[in-house]
Design a protein around this ligand. Sequence first.
Ligand code: ATP
Ligand code: MG
Length: 391
Amino acid sequence: MKEVILIKNGELALKGLNRRNFEDLLIKNLKFRLAPVSKFQFTVAQSTIVAEPLQEDADMDRAGEIISRVFGIAAFSKAAATEKNFQTILKTAREYLEDDLMGASTFKVEAKRADKTFPLTSPEICTEAGGYLLNAFPHLTVDVHNPDIKVTIEIRDEYAYIHGRQIKGAGGMPTGSAGRATLLISGGIDSPVAGYMMAKRGLELIAVHFASPPYTSERAEQKVHSLLRQVAKYSGRIRLWVVPFTEIQEHIKDNCPEDIFTVVMRRMMLRVAQIIALKENAGALITGESLAQVASQTLPAIVCTDDVCSMPVFRPLIGMDKDEVIEKSRKIDTFDISVLPYEDCCTVFTPKHPKTRPTLEYVEKAEKCFDYAPMVEQAAEQARLVIIDNR
Ligand code: ATP
Ligand code: MG
């Protein structure tokens, strides 16, 4: 029996003339992500993408798992594809959905007839198939309003498709459809969630991580790789730039008043990240900041941080409480990695009494105490590329 996956687009349906482009991009992403399972052939009809494996032994459970994390998909279901002979359709429905039907008490049949030359009408298909299944599974009763399982029979051009349970997709927009942005990722809880949220809206992620050896260890960087591998399960491949940050941090420590270490450091980070973003054709930066969570994330501190950056800085967590962020990080399986106890460059030089209301004037004056511009250029120049792929 041939098994396929029927994929329902998410918001794509709303995009009018652009819809074809979005669909093409979604298919391109699906091809890439499903490549380790099998080559697939994709056809589009009536806002459904049919994914058909070209390898007979393709692991369709794994394909389903991968598809459940691809953005731009509202829902999907695995389906049996059969020839359009009604007896074959009935037999296939019984065999293919046996486990699901055995585990249910109520069901209903729904028919969709795209091929109008098919000899039975949709209501006839429902009645006949409903009767046949009741006979085959006598423990079942029909419930048209709230069935445990809905058996769908779709008569399309080439095949009839039979499917049961529909699985919710990851939602959002296809990765890349909204352009590219650069995620500043630490080893903490927040930034991976921020990356996930913006990738969901269609942004392709480039990541930047600031490392300060010997204050930060190799294991701290490996932690960032692990976090990004998890995010990449949703966003697709990520190019990570690891920036050597020790020299800049030591200069900040030696030259700036302690109460604004973190704000100055964040400004340096944004300066470097913006250089890398421009090289990578990214149009925005992303951080995991949340208003008032710590001293460097108060409104005056954010004003000081933003001032060094000409591209927009997206902060998707800005209005979220920590427990809401944690809930999301558990959902995308980054939480357990984030709480591993490796030091981050921010924690190494944390001031005891940070200023919660820094002014631009104060911060700019402090920065004038050392010649940071060439160091910023050099840090961006010396960044090391790591490709994070998790398919
Ligand atoms: P997170 O949980 O993401 O570390 P946080 O609440 O600990 O966030 P901070 O440490 O103040 O907050 O960092 C704020 C933001 O600055 C992070 O969300 C991240 O976007 C960025 N950032 C912090 N440290 C680094 C780093 N070492 N490399 C890259 N970006 C960083
Ligand atoms: Mg942090």
